[in-house]
Ligand binder design. Structure first.
Ligand SMILES: C[S@@+](CC[C@H](N)C(=O)[O-])C[C@H]1O[C@@H](n2cnc3c(N)ncnc32)[C@H](O)[C@@H]1O
Length: 224
């Protein structure tokens, strides 16, 4: 499905989120840096798509030792490679990571966890390849968890407007209908946090951003 929309994926993201996705991604990296308290790190961006997060990582972690983008979609990866980033890209699924234990200081996933076929297995793999005290940062959508006006308005926009807008821009409405359906099935922030904690992580931060359909999660790998 992601292969089919890769060509127009970045444009659709800009228009649908009114450019907000760039702000969310930068914030996710800056907040991760605050918790890591160091810059010479190795970063793995899972479900990297066309490489937005790794692009911002060049600015926010200029001293990073290693940057790896990982995604099963060949079309998305081709676009990421063409950006000429100082990173290397590997094709594969988050449930099977071809890395040694304790390899990365920071693992990020922006708008990818919803697509994992087996979230539990992916979280176990992320735990395994993250270094002790390493940071696991997630950006993901969540449906409203109370009567907050902005939460409900942004959810309504996602369900009613985004499929039409996404369809016009990318030429395929289906992935954008899938977006709302997959958010509907996805755990609320409280439940996702519990799921990740059961795999051995400590929650450092859970914050609804603006508009509040987007949630930033930051976890730390606990050891000992
Ligand atoms: C909505 S895009 C997000 C791309 C990018 N992270 C961003 O924020 O723009 C979701 C990505 O998840 C990838 N994906 C789907 N299943 C996956 C899996 N099992 N493991 C890792 N990535 C997966 C897709 O190929 C797609 O590139």
């Amino acid at each position: 499905m992601f292969d089919s929309i890769a060509r127009r994926y970045d444009l659709a993201n800009h228009v649908i989120s009114l450019g907000m996705h760039l702000f969310w991604k930068k914030k996710a990296l800056r907040e991760s840096r605050n918790f890591l308290k160091r810059e010479e790190i190795s970063i793995l961006d899972l479900a990297c798509g066309t490489g937005d997060l790794l692009k911002f990582a060049e600015e926010i972690f200029p001293k990073a030792k290693e940057k790896v983008g990982f995604d099963p979609s060949g079309e998305m990866l081709q676009r990421a490679v063409r950006r000429g980033l100082k990173a290397h890209f590997i094709r594969g699924a988050a449930e099977y990571l071809p890395f040694k234990d304790n390899s990365f200081d920071l693992i990020t996933v922006s708008f990818g966890v919803r697509n994992f076929e087996n979230r539990g297995k992916a979280f176990e793999e992320i735990f395994r390849v993250l270094k002790p005290d390493g940071i696991f940062t997630v950006l993901e959508f969540a449906k409203p968890d109370n009567g907050d006006l902005f939460q409900n308005l942004s959810w309504c926009y996602t369900k009613r407007v985004v499929p039409t807008l996404g369809g016009i821009i990318s030429g395929s409405k289906e992935p954008y209908e899938y977006l709302a359906q997959s958010i509907e099935r996805f755990p609320l922030p409280k439940n996702l946090t519990e799921e990740v904690e059961r795999k051995g992580f400590k929650t450092l931060k859970v914050e609804r951003l603006f508009p509040p359909i987007t949630v930033l999660y930051i976890f730390k790998k606990l050891t000992g």
